[in-house]
Design a protein. Structure first.
Length: 147
């Protein structure tokens, strides 16, 4: 039964061929799972970097959380149109790297992006970062984008 495995004649048994194929398939499977894991981790990191950038841009454009963060907002005679109660609301534009007044199409890469330990859920490409500013404080949330 094990004669072929112990033989030194140079021939390969069917069992050795089958085991070689199975080991090769296992290696391919584990390599693909590892690459998928790395891709998931990168998308989580990209979303975290986006949130960090959105916070920095908001702080700069809102005079450290005191004014409307929306780029080009003049306020006008009737006050700022981005004001909701005693806070200002805007959305981070990932392409222009600024805060805008209207939602755009989603840009999240992960299905579970996080901000400050809070986990949000949404399919990749469906969420945008909403910024809320008031009283010297900046708050960020992932929210469903324009459809």
């Amino acid at each position: 039964m094990f004669r072929k495995l112990r033989s030194t004649g140079g021939s390969i048994s069917r069992r050795e061929v089958l085991l070689g194929i199975l080991i090769g398939l296992m290696c391919v499977y584990f390599a693909s799972e590892f690459l998928r894991y790395l891709a998931r981790q990168q998308s989580v990191g990209d979303d975290a970097l986006r949130a960090n950038t959105a916070e920095s841009v908001t702080i700069i454009q809102s005079n450290n959380g005191m004014d409307c963060p929306v780029r080009g907002c003049t306020g006008g005679k009737n006050g700022c149109i981005h004001k909701a109660g005693d806070k200002y609301v805007g959305y981070y534009d990932d392409v222009l790297n600024t805060i805008v007044g209207e939602k755009m199409y989603g840009y999240n890469e992960s299905s579970r992006p996080r901000i400050d330990g809070r986990v949000y859920r949404g399919e990749p490409g469906t969420l945008v970062i909403k910024v809320t500013v008031g009283g010297g404080e900046v708050e960020l949330d992932w929210e469903t984008g324009k459809k």
